[in-house]
Write a protein that binds this ligand. Structure first.
Ligand code: FES
Length: 174
């Protein structure tokens, strides 16, 4: 009887541990999937007039970025909070035209390696990923580190002096 009880406890422990590990693994995996698969973290394509407004145009700088919170859907459909870095298009910075000349550049904070949140460091004019040292220039193009490509962007539309963001897209490797 005691032996059965002990076995049962061990079994329960293993079951609980496995469940917990699965939860942790899945939780840790979501940003990875969201970052690795271009566009997979985006909500179902919304009509353009339903794109959410995330900033006032007057708040968006020309030479640096502001970060605004945004929610995308994880691959399981759960909301995933990220930041979108916004800057006005500036011919002195923007060498490439990835977004049909949109007046505002909108860059995703999801690192394209494993999905850690990158931060823009204005003094260095670089996006830095704290996890494995990924470095991206101020256009979001990959400079060094394990990321396979530059930072993803969002389509942008201006309406009523508000910056609205649409689906996320990947930029080509440079
Ligand atoms: S998650 Fe950014 S470099 Fe690995």
């Amino acid at each position: 009887m005691r032996e059965d009880g002990a076995r049962s406890t061990r079994r329960d422990f293993l079951r609980a541990t496995t469940r917990q590990a699965g939860g942790v693994t899945l939780g840790a995996t979501l940003p990875v999937l969201a970052a690795a698969v271009p566009g997979c973290a985006d909500p179902p394509r919304r009509a353009r007039d339903e794109w959410p407004a995330i900033a006032k145009l007057s708040d968006v700088p020309r030479d640096s970025y502001i970060a605004r919170p945004h929610t995308v859907a994880s691959p399981t459909g759960k909301p995933l909070r990220i930041s979108v870095y916004l800057r006005r298009r500036n011919p002195a910075i923007d060498r490439a035209n990835f977004d049909d000349g949109a007046p505002v550049i909108a860059i995703s904070s999801l690192c394209t390696h494993l999905g850690c949140p990158v931060r823009y460091i204005a003094a260095a004019a670089r996006f830095i990923c704290p996890c494995h040292g990924g470095i991206f220039d101020r256009e979001g193009l990959r400079l060094s580190g394990p990321s396979p490509r530059g930072l993803d962007r969002f389509y942008v539309e201006l309406r009523d002096e508000r910056v609205r963001v649409g689906p996320r897209f990947s930029i080509p490797n440079q």
